[in-house]
Structures are given as C-alpha cells and as structure tokens.
Design a protein around this ligand. Structure first.
Ligand SMILES: Cc1cc2nc3c(=O)[nH]c(=O)nc-3n(C[C@H](O)[C@H](O)[C@H](O)COP(=O)(O)OP(=O)(O)OC[C@H]3O[C@@H](n4cnc5c(N)ncnc54)[C@H](O)[C@@H]3O)c2cc1C
Ligand code: FES
Ligand code: FES
Length: 1359
C-alpha cells in the first residue's frame, strides 16, 4: 500500500492507447475522464445514473485463469476510473471514424435511419458492438436485450432494431404472422420462450417479407421503394477489430497483485491484494463500503450527496469470484457480476435433472429482467444482496430458496442463512459492518419442490420492480399437502419482507382452492400498506401480491397434475405476453418516373449527420472544447413551493475550492424579467419563490464538480407563505388562473341538449410529460472581449429568442449577440422559453466574470427546473342520438400551468382549436383555462396541447359508444367530417384524405377480421384480454400567430462550386438540414455532395422563428428555394454562354463576370390568425391527417401490456424525404405511447418533483416497440400549401399514440364484462399497469378496499 497522498499510478488502455494516470480521483468516473481529460466526447452524458445508456463503452479484461479475454458493455457514468487498472476500454471513437473507416455497426444504424438527433447513437452503437464482439451472429432476442438499457427519445427504436437486425443469421422465415406456426418454432430460449433468430429479407424495411399477408397493391414487391438497401452494407469482419493490448495480458499473467491506493479531493480508495488484507482493512475501517459494481454506491454519492472518506475495492481478491459445486448446490462468489451469475446458472442448469434446478430457473428469469445489460455486467451478486433494496429482485428469490451466505471477518468465517431476520430495514442487513460476504450458496431443489419468481415493473425492462417476489413450496411425493413453503416480496415494505403468516396458513394443508382462498386473505392482511406509503400505488401493490400468489397457484396446480397428484380440470395457464419484435412495413411512394436521377427530393436520403453521429464525431454543445479560463455555472434552486426569501448566504460556497463567484438577480445589468401575456417571469428570484425548483442564484467555478459543490453550499432561508396551490382542483377552487381564459362555440349547445336522445357526462385526466430530450439543457456563452459582444452556443430550437433574451438581460443591442446552434440533441418543445432563461443567467455570469461560462444541466436539475407538458383535466357533457350521432358537446379544459404563464395560454388555445379532432359536432362549446399553481412552470411540448385535446375528445366518443353498447369505431365513423366542412372556428376544409386514411387503415390493418379474432380470444381467455382501437387525427399545421410563419435563408456559392446553405431552422434531430439540402440540390440542379450546412446562427439569417409547430420544412424550405432560385437565375447568362459547361465552370465564369454568388431567400408565410372575440379564424395553413390502429394484449392480473401491432396511415402529401418523415411518424407515435401509457411525473404533497431521472421516470424503451409496426404514407396526396406538395409531420402522429390507450381501455372493458360491469368507466391517462389492472376490477383488486380520499396524506399529488 502506498503511503502519503501520492497514490499509485493507474494503468489501462483506451482505444488501443495506453493511459497512465498518476492522480486518479476515486470520485472521477470514466465518463468525465473521457470527455474532459481525453476529449473523447463521443461518449455522452444523459443521466449519470446508469439509466439511459448514452455513455455505453466496452470494457475488455484478460482472465489469466482461463486465458480468455472478456468483453462487456458498461455505463461509463458509473465506472470509477480507478477500477480500470489493467482493463482495455473501447469507446465509439475506437471502433471507426469518418477519417479512417466506419464500423459496420455505425454504418448500419446510420443507413437504416436509426439516428435522428444522434445523442443516443454512440451508446446504441457501443451496446451493439459489444454484443457482436461476443456473438457475431446474434438472434433478435440478443439484440433487444443488448439495447434494453439504451434510451432513444427520437426514433421509436424500430429503425435502430432494423439496422441491427441485419447482423442476424439469415433464415427463410420471419415469423411475421406472430403466431406459433413459424419455421423456428420448437427452439426455446433461456426462459422457455421461442427463440427468434430470424432475418428474412423484410428486415431491410422493404416490405418483401416471406409471410407478408398484405400483398394488396399491384406493385411487384421488388419494385417497391425501400428505406435502405442492406446489400450496400460492408460485411462485419471480426478480424478487423482492435486487439487486446499484449501489455495487459503480461500484466495479468504476472499474477502478483499489489495493493493500490488512489487519493482524491474527498475520498481515498484502496484495492487490497489479498483476502487477508481485505479482512484487515475492513475490520479497521468497518464504515468503509466495499466498492464492487458501484451501481449502488455511485448513485448514492452522486444523487444523495453521500461522502465516504475511505472506500475499499476488493476486485483483486480472487476468493470473491470462486465458484464451487457441492452435492447440495453451488457456491457463487459474491464478486461475480449478475451477468456472470446468469450465464453460470444457464451453463449449470442442463447438467442436472429439471427438478434440481427450480431455483436456478427462477433466478435466471429474474436476472433477465433486472436492470439493463450494462448494469448486470458490473453489478455484483454480493452487492445486490448487501444493498438490501426494498425492491431487490434477487433477495426475495434467494430468501425463498433457502440460500445462505458465507461471511468472513476478523472473527473468522461463518454461514448465515438468508431468511426473514436477515433483511432488517432499508439498505440494512443483519450482518455487522465489518462482515464481508464471500459467496452465496444456491441449493438444488428437491423432487416435489417448486420455486417461482414474478415481478411487475413500471416498464418491462430496465426498471426496478413495483412488486417482485420469490415463492417456494415443497410437497412430499404423491401428496398435495404442503410440507414446506416460503414466500418473500420486494416492494412491499422498506426491505425484502417475508409473508410468514401466509406461509403458516398454507403449511401442512392441502394445496387446494379452499386453503388458497384463505391464504389470499391472510396475505392481504399481512402485507397491508399504510395509505401514505412511500412509492404510492398502495392498492396496486397489494393487489399484485395476490395476483402473484394466484399465478404461483396456477403453476403449482399444473405441476401437481403433471405428477398425477391431482386430476382436476385446471384453470387456464397464463402465458407470458409475446415479446418478439417482428419485421415491419414502411410504405411510401416512388418518385415520379420522369424525375431526374440526381434530384433527391422525394427519396429516402439518410440524415446528413447520421454517420458522424454514429461515430461520435458530431459536435453537440457540451462537446465544444473548453476555452482558456472557462467557468462552469451551477444553479441554486428553491426548496420551498411558496415562501418569502429571508436570506441567501453564499459565504461558505465562496470559500470552497475553485468557486469564482455567485450570480444573483442584483448582478443583472438589464431586464431582470421575461414577459409573456403581461405576466413577468423573474430570471432569478429575489424576494419570493413560487415553486420548488425556481432558480435563485448561480455559482460559477473552475470545474463542474466545484460549481456543483459550491451551489450545494449556498444557504437559503425562507419564511413559508400560506396556501400553496398544487392541483387543478385547488386552482379551480381558488380561481387561480392565468388570463386570458378562452372560450369558443358553434351552434347552440344548450338548446341541443334539450332535444337529444342521450346525455352523458364524464371526465378524463391526462398526466404531464417530461421532454426527456437525451441532451440536457446546454449552453456556452463566450464574451468576445470588446464592444460587449457575445457568442452564445446554445442547444435551442429558437436562436433568435436566445439572442433577444440575452441582449435584453445584458442591456445591449441584439447586434452584439450571436447565437449559434450546430445541432440539438432532442428538444420536443422544451428548448425554447426555458432555454432562453437559462441562457440569460449564463450570459450574466459571462458578462460579470468576463470569462466564457458553460452551463449544462444534470438530468435531475433539468427535470426539476424546466417543466413539462401540461397535465390537463377535461370535463365533458355530450348529447347524442341513439344512432350514434353526436349533436352537442360542452367541454371544459383545465391545464396545470405551474408558477409562470410561459406559453400556457397558447397551449390552451390550441387545445380548443383541436377539440373537434376529426368529428363534425354541429353544436360545440369549449372553455379552457391555464391554472396558476405552485409547481414548476410547464411549457411547449411536441403537439402543444393537441395530444391532451385529442384524448378528451376520443374519450368522450368512447363513452358515447359505451353508453350505446356499440363498437367505438362505428361511432367514430358516424361522426367523422364528410364532404367540404366548416370547423368550429369556421374554417373550411375537405376531409377527403382523412376519410381515405381511415379506409386505408382499416384495410391495411385487416380491421374487421382482427376485431373478430380479438373478441374470440377474449371469450377464451379469462386473465389475459386483447383490445383494439382505431383513432383518426386532423392536425392543423403552422402558427396561428401569422408573423411566426416567416422564414429566411442565406445561400453562398463558393468559387470551387461548393455551396453553403444557412436557414432559420435548427437541426433538432428532425432532419431539417437534410431536407434543406435536398431543396437546394433540386433548385440548383447539383448533387447533394456539393451542398453543406454548417450551423444555424443569428448573424447569417436574422429574426428567425422557432423550429416548432411542424412548420420548419414548410417555411425554411420555401426560403431556401427562394434563395436558390435567385442564384440559379443569376447564373442563367453564363449557362447560356456555355450550355455544355459544368457547374464549377459556370460558377467560376460568374465570379469573373462579377455576378453575386450569394443570395438571401425569404418566405412570408400565410397571414394566419385566430380572432377569439369573434371565435373564428384561419389559424392553420392546412391539415395533416392520419389514422392509427393498435392491438394490445393485457395481463389483467398485473396490468402489464404489449402492443401487438400498430398500423398507421398518414397523409403527408408528397414526402420530401420518406425516411425522415417515417422517422418522425414512428418517433412521435412512440412518444405518444409513452405519454398515454407509461410516463408519470410524481410530485410530493409539498410540491417536490420525485421523478428526476430515468430510474423513476420511464420513457418507452426497446421493449415497448409494437411487435409489428407498419407505417404507410397515403399515396396520391397533394398539398398546394407547402413546399413540393409536402405536409408538416413533426407533431401530428404523437396524438395517435392514444390508440394504444384506447386499445388498453378496450381490453379492460372486456375484463370488466367478466365481472358483469358494462358501460363507460373512468380510466385516466397514462393507462399505466397500475391503472389498467385496477380498472379490470378482477376478484383480487375487488378484495382491496381503497382508503378514503381525504382520510390520509397521499404520497404523491394528483396534479
Ligand atoms: C440503473 C439501475 C437499475 C437497476 N435495476 C435493478 C433491478 O431492476 N432490480 C434489482 O434488484 N436491482 C437493480 N439495480 C440495483 C443493482 O442490482 C445493485 O445496485 C447492484 O446489484 C449492487 O451491486 P454492486 O456490485 O454495484 O454494489 P456496490 O454499489 O459496489 O456496493 C453496494 C453495497 O454493497 C456492499 N457490498 C458489495 N459487495 C459486498 C460484499 N461482498 N460483502 C459485503 N458487502 C458488500 C457495499 O459495501 C455497498 O454498501 C439497479 C441499479 C441501477 C443503477
Ligand atoms: S449517462 Fe450513463 S447511463 Fe445515462
Ligand atoms: S436519435 Fe436517439 S435520442 Fe435522438
């Protein structure tokens, strides 16, 4: 062990290069080392907690015992640098680059259109790359598992999966029918489910699948246009990969482990070389944790501020990795990673009779669902047990399975059973602090002994369980009398809990309905959770315990029957939900036959930066190199929802190392507020706070770590103000609204209600949605150094707003501020107003310090501060005739706006303008209000109110169908607009293409046959139900504030013929630069390769509008076209002089003839408006139409569901770029699926956002992709109102995600009918597993009495 503070040198390799680090701080993670020290910025920060996969790298190690090299994926954000001694790390830069050669994984993800904003792409690439290093010909299951821990907010995953699928082994069958009649049937994967190893030719997205039932066009399959051609792909050649550094092999072979010590600013980490040394160290430092996978210690340090002066990392202690077999079972070293444990158990299982490996199977199953591959590759078995999480997946199974631990300390070795006394409380076990777990004993099961595990999580994969369980029962031969039983649950208390009383009710008694019936009651009693239990979902969690016991019962009955112990007729066995992602169709039109080959418009051109994004070369805001003297800014936010600020004490912060200054409102030289609708929003609060998360001041320091430590040290004192308002109901009660409130009506609603056959009143509540752009808010403001000029590099959708806001804040003219946007790692509406406020604060710091200042929010800060999509409560009264015609509707909308107005009034307006969705309701009244509450201010989000509006409208239509007992699609069809129509704001339009989409969707999805099949399935299945729905949408494109529809462009032709295009749109992943290049290529008649787009900036194209409202291509496309046409005309004389000349020759000639080779372009846009006094207007340029049909399968006992199939038909006119547009459709649909079924923001009763990272907030992952996901662009559609007859598509399809919601509701209705419940029923959005399960009203949920609202303080608010 080295002495003093010098520490040892750390030696490892990155991308084949040796790294020797003499000052490895134990608190430094590989991610920041790569990004900040080595400038390898391809590896991205997305969450810092192992939950998003953006930071995925491959780690390789040599194992001297087996003389093999192992490769595994890991999250660099949780990988302590000092643990890398002797390892080789490969990052995205190490596998390929545009300068050398790109790797096939990079190529295929890019060319399959799997990269939009690109921020997730390096992580995806590295997960897939690692898989291929271990399994060069993977099956689909391998691929989906490898990608399960990588989140993407843009693509919807389908194209990523399709790109990766091209690595699968070819077979002749694609299982596209989803049934069991596939050529590969019979082969089972580890969980006993059919293994999918398929890659029929349809995998290229061409639609030419071998089992394709939809050959409904006359076009021969091979002539259908394809999104990509896999024949172009470079073959994977494993011999081309980086070799493992021989030096590291020699190092490992030397086998003379030495104690290593690393010192940091606050922590020391010791790596003992032997078990003796470890025992000694631990006994003299019992409080020092054992650092293994760092998946618990790391997040505790990072998110809970825990500081350990000393940590011990025993990764060199070989005894922790030993595996020994005995006649009774197997001892597994506590240091084995969870992936190793899984593969060890998988290898051992076939070596023994099935009856001996019941526990192995249950553990394998749990390990398949625990965390992500990256987490399982580093997290250890000992670590999982000792972390004693309340919802550990392994502990209930290990405890139920009678496992034991071998523990060592200075007092010697002992064996400790893992039973109910072992788990003491949250994070605490019965072991003493100096105890070290050496290994875990996994016993063989006996004949007649059965072990099962069940779990239910908010998301199927990469998510902690809501409730998880291990259950074991033992019968003596030929008997159904229970000899022994043990049941443990996770998620039902502060730690793993035993259901001992339930077991007592079962033991020595026959396993039959009567005894089980009693056991359910005991269990319900035994694991009763108080109504305010942390984590909430109390009724659901309790019902899950019953559901799991019931599922266990079904399995055991099956076993007893197999053993001929019982001969009874058995209830249906509940099969797992299907999970194989099949090939999908993407249909779009050919370009016209006479279109020039060089003209790229209408072709599926790859996103212009996809390759750089896949190689990690693409530069995002935080990838910009540090400038000399640069400072980092961290924010201090309010911890009170409504209070007076009585003091701000910065003294301690200013003493901390590296802290440079603290910025408060007093430092702002110009305007201290931003204004909207006459309301002022303070940049930094001075006297009062109105929500938790409101920004108060900012600390600037030399590094981000120091800035954050400084911010944590600022002390704010408050005096609470009375009566904070949080929920919509509270706001209504207190009339707490932002004005103006809006109303719109057509016809005479009140009178019509008097004459209709039926009146129904209902309501639906729609939760908020976090943007969860993968790149958090990022900016860098650089003072130029003279004449108060500033360059602002900002990740924003609206550079002009940033420019204006900074100028106003600093009190300088706009011509001193230039805002640059290279690309944005996802925005979705969240990088407009909130970004401008952050940029203002950052600019004040830059102005005050005269230094470059960078501000990059951590995920938790971003979620806390920047607001979300507005949650909405919709209350409706609807009048309709017995034949289904809706004659009148009166709807009230309340949007929870939060503490500032932001764009809330505009959101409410858009809600009202879309309240009719696709239906002609002759008498319609809508009223909308933005509620002012003490929650963080909500803001724009893709769809801007429309997704909320559609949910209310469609729920109302669904209720009408339920009241009448008619299929919902018939009611929809009856009420849809037909013929040229007037909307409720008196805007005339033709719904012809809407109706075409509807008919085509019904045909493509084979709606009526599948509807029948669904009903048949439901008749035969009691516990699983299927549901189907078909939803239309009519979405208004452009800004109803006419002035926002203008756009500008600037095009330069250089003397060598290369062209630089600049326009007002920001590249936020939507592919606008690619489309603009296509426009320029067509107009200038030159290939794409001659055109470049570098960035969006306010000094090239001024006074631009936001990239929003699905209008970017429409507006900027016209401006680019205008500029290019000007230039092309200017070149006409030189072309005429030399008609055979080349582009370059004309350009040169033009230069010598002094013809200007630079032109601006402008698009005025339509003068759209909405007159709210007259309640009429022309707020949109045109409508984009779409229809979506979804089918789901729902497990009614757990609420878990899977989207089996989705068919979307969209009218987007003539697509400028079908691959980009289909990408927008799929991505928006998946975001909608998240909104309506998955994503929940939870607030504490005091207004604190609980859900501040991917661990708590679940966006859709690969496991949520519909198993068949078909997209069809409506053919022969034209749009005179937009460029090249195209239509805007960024937002509309998000609302179609609601068809998954209504399919779930349909399945729930089928379940309810089993209990005799018919008619409308409430189901709020999102239809999470919790809501769906409780709405099914199964005998189990009905056993649970809900606590009376108002009789307790709930854990979370229903905002
Ligand atoms: C994103 C994410 C998702 C996750 N999802 C799941 C999930 O779905 N289900 C689930 O069950 N878990 C999940 N986990 C938890 C994860 O499984 C545990 O954090 C992990 O198993 C802990 O192991 P580790 O090696 O990383 O422990 P470390 O963080 O290194 O250590 C954790 C604790 O264990 C102690 N410890 C470690 N080894 C020993 C030993 N041999 N003897 C004594 N004490 C020891 C340490 O002192 C420390 O207190 C998730 C974690 C993350 C970050
Ligand atoms: S940044 Fe590492 S997993 Fe999210
Ligand atoms: S492309 Fe995946 S997050 Fe944007």
């Amino acid at each position: 062990m080295s002495s003093g503070n010098r520490g040892d040198a750390l030696c490892f390799f990155i991308n084949g290069n040796k790294v020797t680090e003499n000052h490895a701080d134990p608190e430094t993670m590989l991610l920041s080392f790569l990004r900040e020290k080595l400038r390898l910025t391809g590896t991205k920060y997305g969450c810092g907690g192992g939950g998003c996969g953006a930071c995925t790298v491959m780690v390789s190690r040599y194992q001297p015992a087996t003389k093999t090299i192992i490769h595994y994926s890991a999250n660099a954000c949780l990988l302590p640098l000092c643990q890398l001694h002797g390892a080789a790390v490969t990052t995205v830069e190490g596998i390929g680059s545009t300068k050398t050669r790109i790797h096939p994984v990079q190529e295929r993800i890019a060319k399959a259109h799997g990269s939009q904003c690109g921020f997730c792409t390096p992580g995806m690439v590295m997960s897939m790359y690692t898989l291929l290093r271990n399994t060069p010909q993977p099956c689909m299951d391998d691929i989906t598992q490898a990608l399960a821990g990588n989140l993407c907010r843009c693509t919807g995953y389908r194209p990523i999966v399709d790109g990766c699928r091209t690595f699968c082994q070819e077979t002749n069958c694609c299982k596209a029918n989803g049934a069991g009649d596939c050529c590969l049937d019979g082969e089972k994967n580890t969980e006993g489910e059919p293994k999918q190893e398929t890659n029929c030719s349809q995998a290229n997205g061409a639609g030419d699948c071998c089992l394709n039932a939809e050959k409904d066009t006359d076009e021969p399959e091979q002539e259908k246009p394809r999104l990509f051609d896999k024949d172009e792909f470079v073959q994977l050649d494993p011999t081309q990969e980086l070799i493992f550094p021989p030096e590291l092999i020699l190092m490992a072979e030397a086998r003379n482990p030495q104690t290593l010590t690393f010192h940091g600013e606050r922590m020391t980490c010791v790596f003992p070389a032997s078990l003796e040394e470890l025992v000694q160290l631990k006994s003299s430092n019992p409080k020092a944790p054992l650092l293994m996978g760092n998946t618990n210690i790391g997040p505790d340090i990072k998110f809970k501020g825990v500081v350990h002066p000393l940590i011990i990392s025993p990764t060199s202690v070989m005894e922790l990795y030993e595996v020994t077999q005995t006649p009774q079972g197997v001892w597994l070293g506590a240091g084995c990673s969870l992936s190793e444990v899984r593969s060890l158990l998988e290898k051992l299982r076939p070596q023994f009779p099935e009856e001996k490996t019941e526990l192995f199977t249950a553990l394998i199953q749990q390990l398949g669902n625990l965390g992500s591959q990256q987490i399982r590759n580093v997290a250890t078995l000992g670590g999982n047990i000792m972390s004693a999480y309340p919802n550990s997946d392994l502990n209930p199974v290990l405890a139920a399975g009678n496992c034991k631990l071998s523990v060592i300390s200075s007092g010697g070795r002992q064996e400790i059973p893992l039973h109910q006394d072992f788990f003491v409380s949250f994070g605490k076990t019965a072991l003493k602090p100096e105890d070290i777990v050496l290994s875990i004993f996994i016993p063989f099961s006996r004949k007649g002994e059965f072990v099962r595990a069940f779990r239910q999580a908010p998301r199927k994969e990469s998510s902690f369980a809501t409730v998880t369980t291990g259950m074991r029962v033992f019968f003596s031969e030929g008997s159904r009398v229970v000899q022994d039983v043990s049941i443990y649950f996770g998620g039902m208390g502060s730690t793993t809990v035993s259901a001992a009383k339930t077991c007592a009710a079962l033991i020595k008694r026959p396993w039959d309905d009567e005894v089980l019936g009693q056991a359910y009651d005991v269990l319900l009693d035994e694991l009763a959770l108080p109504p305010s239990t942390p984590g909430g979902k109390v009724e659901f969690r309790r019902s899950l315990t019953l559901s799991f016991l019931f599922k266990f019962n079904l399995e055991i009955l099956q076993k007893l029957r197999e053993m001929n112990v019982i001969t009874d007729q058995l209830p249906e066995k509940i099969q797992p939900l299907p999970r194989e992602i099949q090939s999908s169709l993407q249909e779009f039109q050919h370009v016209p036959k006479d279109q020039n080959n060089q003209d790229p418009v209408g072709r599926p051109i790859m996103h212009r930066s996809a390759i750089s994004q896949a190689t990690g070369e693409a530069v995002y805001c935080d990838d910009i190199p540090r400038t000399d003297g640069e400072l980092f800014l961290a924010l201090v936010t309010s911890s009170r929802a409504h209070a007076k600020i009585t003091g701000m004490d910065m003294s301690e912060a200013l003493q901390l190392p590296g802290v440079f200054n603290v910025i408060t409102a007093k430092d702002i030289p110009g305007k201290k507020v931003r204004e909207m609708f006459g309301y002022e929003e303070e940049l930094l609060a001075e006297t009062e706070v109105s929500c938790i998360g409101q920004m108060l001041c900012a600390v600037v320091a030399d590094t981000r770590v120091h800035a954050r430590q400084g911010a944590a040290a600022v002390k704010i004192s408050y005096e609470d103000l009375p009566d904070p308002v949080f929920t919509t109901e509270e706001a209504i009660e207190k009339s707490s609204f932002f004005e103006p409130r809006r109303m719109i009506q057509i016809g005479n609603v009140t009178e019509t209600f008097k004459s209709v056959d039926n009146i129904h009143e209902g309501e639906v509540r729609l939760g908020a949605q976090e943007h969860f752009y993968m790149e958090t808010q990022s900016m860098l403001v650089v003072p130029v150094g003279e004449e108060t000029e500033f360059n602002a590099f900002v990740s924003t959708q609206w550079p002009t707003l940033i420019q204006d806001a900074i100028a106003e804040t600093l009190g300088i003219p706009s011509n001193r501020v230039t805002c640059h946007v290279k690309r944005v790692g996802g925005a979705f509406g969240g990088k407009v107003t909130k970004t401008s406020i952050l940029a203002c604060i950052t600019s004040v710091a830059a102005w005050k310090t005269n230094r470059a200042v960078r501000c990059v929010l951590e995920r938790g800060e971003d979620m806390l501060i920047t607001g979300a999509r507005h949650p909405v409560l919709g209350k409706y009264k609807v009048g309709f005739m017995n034949d289904g015609r809706i004659m009148a509707a009166d709807i009230q909308y309340y949007a929870n706006a939060g503490n500032t107005v932001d764009e809330s009034v505009l959101v409410v307006e858009k809600i009202l303008l879309h309240m009719d969705n696709a239906y002609n309701i002759p008498n319609l009244r809508g009223r909308g209000a933005a509620c002012r509450t003490n929650l963080p201010s909500n803001t724009a989000f893709r769809g801007f109110g429309v997704p909320q509006s559609i949910m209310v409208a469609e729920n109302m239509v669904n209720d009408v169908a339920a009241v009448l007992g008619r299929p919902a699609d018939q009611i929809r069809e009856t009420n849809m607009y037909k013929g040229v129509s007037l909307t409720h704001y008196k805007f005339e339009f033709s719904p012809e293409n809407l109706l075409r989409c509807w008919e085509e969707c019904k045909t493509k999805s084979d709606y009526s046959n599948r509807r029948q099949a669904v009903d048949q399935f439901n008749q035969q299945s009691c516990w699983k139900k299927r549901g189907m729905s078909i939803i239309p949408i009519k979405y208004g494109i452009a800004f109803s504030e006419g002035f926002l529809n203008q756009a500008g462009a600037l095009v330069h032709i250089y003397k060598d013929g290369s062209v630089l295009v600049t326009h007002g749109g920001a590249e936020i992943g939507q592919g606008i630069h690619t489309k603009m290049q296509q426009v320029a290529s067509r107009e200038l008649h030159i290939p794409l390769s001659k055109i470049h787009i570098s960035e969006t900036s306010t000094n090239t194209v001024p006074n631009t509008c936001p990239s929003a409202a699905s209008f970017g291509t429409d507006a900027n496309g016209m401006a680019v076209k205008d500029a290019c046409q000007t230039l092309y005309q200017r070149l006409e004389p030189v072309r005429q002089k030399n008609p055979e000349g080349s582009w370059e020759s004309w350009v040169q000639a033009a230069f010598f003839e002094k013809i200007s080779l630079s032109a601006t372009g402008f698009y005025k846009g339509l003068d759209l408006y909405m007159d709210w006094d007259k309640m009429e207007g022309q707020p949109y340029s045109y409508y984009t139409f779409g229809v979506c049909c979804c089918e789901v399968e729902l497990d009614c006992l757990t609420g878990d569901f899977r989207t089996l199939r989705t068919d979307i038909v969209v009218d987007i006119g003539r697509s400028v770029n079908p691959s980009v547009d289909i990408g927008q459709i799929e991505g928006a649909f998946m975001q909608g699926l998240g909104l309506y079924t998955l994503e929940e923001l939870k607030f504490s009763p005091s207004g604190l956002l609980y859900t501040r990272g991917p661990s708590q907030y679940k966006i859709p992952a690969v496991c949520d992709v519909p198993l068949r996901f078909n997209v069809y662009l409506l053919s022969d559609s034209h749009n005179p109102n937009a460029i090249y007859s195209s239509k805007g598509i960024g937002e509309p399809v998000l609302s179609l995600g609601s068809s998954v919601f209504f399919a779930i509701k349909d399945a729930v209705a089928a379940a309810r009918s089993e209990s005799g419940l018919t008619g409308p029923f409430p189901l709020d959005s999102p239809a999470t597993a919790e809501r769906a399960c409780l709405a099914c009203a199964s005998p189990f949920t009905q056993k649970i009495e809900a606590d009376k609202p108002g009789s307790f303080k709930p854990w979370a608010l229903n905002i």
